[in-house]
Design a binder for this molecule. Structure first.
Ligand SMILES: NC(=O)C1=CN([C@@H]2O[C@H](COP(=O)(O)OP(=O)(O)OC[C@H]3O[C@@H](n4cnc5c(N)ncnc54)[C@H](OP(=O)(O)O)[C@@H]3O)[C@@H](O)[C@H]2O)C=CC1
Ligand SMILES: O=C([O-])CC(=O)C(=O)O
Length: 438
């Protein structure tokens, strides 16, 4: 009974605590498959019940039934507001729900403040931020929420923190999946795929159960392509087309290096595709990219530089940055997430395109179906996208794309147990890595 008593006193002291702690507690309880005093079952996403075995002490059940109750919000964001009451907010659009995982991490620490300032959706679009952490990061998550409070963003109308994806993803219209475990010392790549894959399988199920049916999902946590594939396979009620793996940072890096070589400002570089995996097999496509409207190969005549130095620089840029900084890209990754979202909610400029890791089924390039593969896309600004048709290939480009494709097919076989496709077989190519592992 010692364990039961311990649980009880924990619950009792925390029931008098802040609303966020109550939400935390409720999430803690719901995540436990077997507690010492009985089994907790999810009855509905926001209600927890505990079935009690005979002769056992009953822990108080935590219920947060009213979606607008205090446990649904953090601090100042629990105050009610009426957008119609204020002259300047009367014309604002309907609130958008944005869920962010890994919200206590470095990337989020930049991203959340960009989102709240209106950088993605503009000055008349109020937002709600639903932040997902873990037991380990919960205190840090409270710190994040406190900083958001102190920033007085007019557009930020709701903030909620929690550790249960079934609660945090409720009605999400955007899900930015950043949280993932980094590869530890001695950990095999297959182990990383498995550990992170389990996180994304669970989050896919949660999105499937509680998010908006048209939620747009951007997977950032590595290995992001395969994590995105796992996520979409576990969310069969959400269109596979809605899932993206972030390769926009690679696109931005490639534009910068081409501009540097050509001696122009980077806004002159367009039509930049990253093909394939967000790994060292990724292919920055200099054949279709343009500088000031001209093919890159006409502006930069040094083909050897393009094939070797440029390509390798982009593939290994993340690793180089880790060597300098002692940690992976965070600010530029957050910028690229903003770019990726903006590319889906604003029409793509005429003649240009952007890169995103998207579901490959139906692609016009002959790339294997049923992968998440970075490809050139265009959007009308409605959140959706289409594949670009007018791209050209040569032998070099085809061969490089095939290598990244083979890597992603191997990763897919390695996570078959998480995509519902049978027994996993891991025969991963040994020479490829995440950009940050170099
Ligand atoms: N696709 C791309 O272009 C890029 C992808 N990445 C990937 O993005 C992912 C996240 O990167 P990043 O944000 O830099 O990673 P961090 O290490 O900063 O955060 C990762 C996780 O660590 C936990 N955490 C963070 N801060 C704290 C804290 N103070 N206390 C306790 N736990 C904490 C959180 O997990 P939890 O809350 O679950 O405990 C968080 O999700 C990684 O997988 C990385 O490889 C990075 C750069 C580019
Ligand atoms: O491997 C990492 O965490 C870093 C990474 O993806 C990148 O910088 O592109």
């Amino acid at each position: 009974m010692a364990v039961a008593e311990l649980n009880f006193s924990y619950t009792k002291t925390h029931l008098h605590s802040s609303s966020s702690q109550l939400s935390f507690l409720s999430s803690r309880l719901s995540r436990r498959r077997n507690c010492a005093i009985g089994s907790f079952h999810r009855v509905q996403p926001t209600r927890i019940s505990c079935s009690i075995a005979p002769n056992q002490v009953q822990a108080p059940a935590v219920q947060t039934e009213d979606p607008k109750s205090k446990s649904d919000c953090y601090g100042v964001f629990c105050l009610t507001y009426d957008l119609k009451a204020e002259e300047e907010t009367r014309s604002w659009k309907k609130l958008i729900n944005i869920a962010v995982s890994g919200a206590a991490g470095m990337i989020s620490n930049h991203l959340l403040f960009k989102l709240a300032s209106g950088e993605v959706f503009g000055p008349d679009q109020p937002i709600a931020l639903k932040l997902l952490g873990s037991e380990k990061s919960f205190q840090a998550l409270e710190g994040v929420a406190m900083e958001l409070e102190d920033s007085l963003f007019p557009l930020l109308r709701e903030v909620r923190i929690g550790i249960d994806p079934y609660e945090v993803f409720q009605d999400a219209e955007w899900a930015l999946l950043i949280g993932a475990k980094p590869r530890g010392p001695g950990m095999e790549r297959a182990d990383l795929l498995d550990i992170n894959g389990q996180i994304f399988a669970e989050q896919g199920k949660a999105l499937n159960a509680v998010a908006s049916r048209n939620v747009k999902v951007i997977v950032v946590g590595n290995p992001c392509n395969t994590n995105a594939l796992i996520c979409l396979k576990n969310a069969p009620n959400i269109p596979a087309k809605n899932f993206h793996a972030l390769t926009r940072l690679d696109e931005n890096r490639a534009k910068c290096q081409l501009a540097l070589k050509a001696g122009v400002f980077y806004d002159k570089v367009s039509n930049m595709t990253i093909w394939g995996n967000h790994s060292t097999t990724q292919v920055p496509d200099f054949l279709n990219a343009k500088i000031d409207g001209l093919p890159v190969t006409e502006v930069i005549r040094d083909r050897k530089w393009l094939e070797e130095e440029f390509t390798e620089t982009i593939q290994k840029r993340g690793g180089m940055l880790i060597k300098k900084w002692g940690r992976s890209s965070a600010a530029s990754t957050a910028v690229s997430i903003v770019d990726a979202m903006r590319s889906l909610v604003t029409p793509t400029p005429e003649g240009d395109w952007f890169s995103s890791g998207v579901y490959s089924t139906g692609n016009p390039y002959g790339i294997a179906e049923d992968l998440v593969f970075s490809m050139p896309c265009r959007s009308k600004g409605d959140g959706d996208y289409e594949f670009v048709k007018d791209v050209i290939f040569d032998d070099f480009l085809r061969q490089r794309i095939a290598k990244s494709e083979a890597e992603l097919l191997a990763e897919k076989r390695c996570v078959a147990h998480l995509t519902g496709e049978g027994i996993a077989v891991c025969d991963l190519p040994g020479d490829t890595m995440l950009p940050g592992e170099m």
